[in-house]
Design a binder for this molecule. Sequence first.
Ligand SMILES: Cc1cc2nc3c(=O)[nH]c(=O)nc-3n(C[C@H](O)[C@H](O)[C@H](O)COP(=O)(O)OP(=O)(O)OC[C@H]3O[C@@H](n4cnc5c(N)ncnc54)[C@H](O)[C@@H]3O)c2cc1C
Length: 403
Amino acid sequence: MNPQPNLASSQNDISFPEHEEAFRIAVREWLTAHYATFKAQWHDLPDPRSMAFRRGWEDHLCSHGMAGLGWPEQYGGHALDLRRQAVFHEEHALCGAPLGINLIGHGILAPTLLHFGTQAQKRAYLPGILSNQTIWCQGYSEPGAGSDLASLRTRAEATATGYRLNGHKIWTSFADQADWCFVLARTDPDAPRHRGLSFLLVNMRQPGVRVSPIRQLTGEAEFCEVFFENAEVRREDLVGEENQGWKIAMAAASYERGTYFIPRLVRFHQELMQIRQWISDRQQLGQQASSLVRRWSRLAIDSHVLALKSRRALASAVSGEPPGPLGSSTKVHWSEAHQIMLTLALELLGPRACLSASFSDDEEAALFIHAFLWSKAETILAGTSEIQRNIIAEKVLGLPKGA
Ligand SMILES: Cc1cc2nc3c(=O)[nH]c(=O)nc-3n(C[C@H](O)[C@H](O)[C@H](O)COP(=O)(O)OP(=O)(O)OC[C@H]3O[C@@H](n4cnc5c(N)ncnc54)[C@H](O)[C@@H]3O)c2cc1C
């Protein structure tokens, strides 16, 4: 069965030069040592799914200078190139540490401000992200505007000092934890749909903002509804030009290209290896497992192909190519294969999947059940499978646009 795929180092054009292998080793040693100490000192059962634990670990990384990896040094960053950033993300996932809760701040807003923000905006907002003291959320989707985002109706009306914001956002991840939100809102209702939108930075800690958490299948409430009722936005918190928000939102979506899938594919492979162990255990007990092996092998091929796709995306980002439809192919492939794998995992867990009600009962089963339930969202978030297939159909296969 295939060995651990190394997503950021290979023999091709994105290979991590051997003389820099010391960087990977140093990162691995740092992360392994710090994560072990962090878990040992955690005041509670170290549950990598819990918001508190994820925030705690992210705070730890930031307070030890492990943030702003790709930012210019003048803003407190490390100015690492994309390959080194990829190595960090890969080693971070390999050591078993969870993703943080300020991913949107670190991964989307910070690069957006670095590219489109004014000096004053960079000075005002980058330090809070670097220290993790300011948590950000992304306010795009609305009850009537998800896949068709440009039909959004949240309205930002000009006032003497900025804008007055009214509208209803939904599925806003981490909104109940967030201090600030970047919002796409309509500033010109008469302009064509994409042209009348602006990208605004909105303080969540003000009277005109109401947040209502939505309970998910997992039992957690990681995303929320957000109601803006005459919320105030200062003029200096408009990013870019008024009515040019669509362009900024589209650019913002491309910043994680090259690294977004790395932790997800490492996790995919780790889960796959655990499932392999369960199948081997059954074989050793003399049980028939040929159909399980066949299903597992198919997933192992998926894992390998996904690693290659991830590598190719990184190579194209490194060479400065504009984002293409490859991301859609990886998104559909990963999210759908992950659901298939976790269905197999639950079958193998059998009664353990039903009996382990909490993390403390059966850590391994709890993690798989959580992943299974969460994976239902993976074919929806960041563009549904249908929308990704439309992109592949139109942009790769050249099929005519649907009605
Ligand atoms: C876990 C999670 C976290 C999220 N976090 C955020 C966040 O932080 N901020 C944020 O703004 N949003 C967030 N979202 C929202 C996400 O971006 C939307 O759910 C997604 O874009 C789909 O929009 P929708 O839910 O309105 O579904 P709709 O667009 O209403 O789609 C409903 C169904 O119709 C299908 N469909 C729609 N249009 C077409 C078409 N043209 N062709 C074929 N089929 C179509 C869809 O595929 C889907 O099956 C999150 C979603 C999830 C699940």
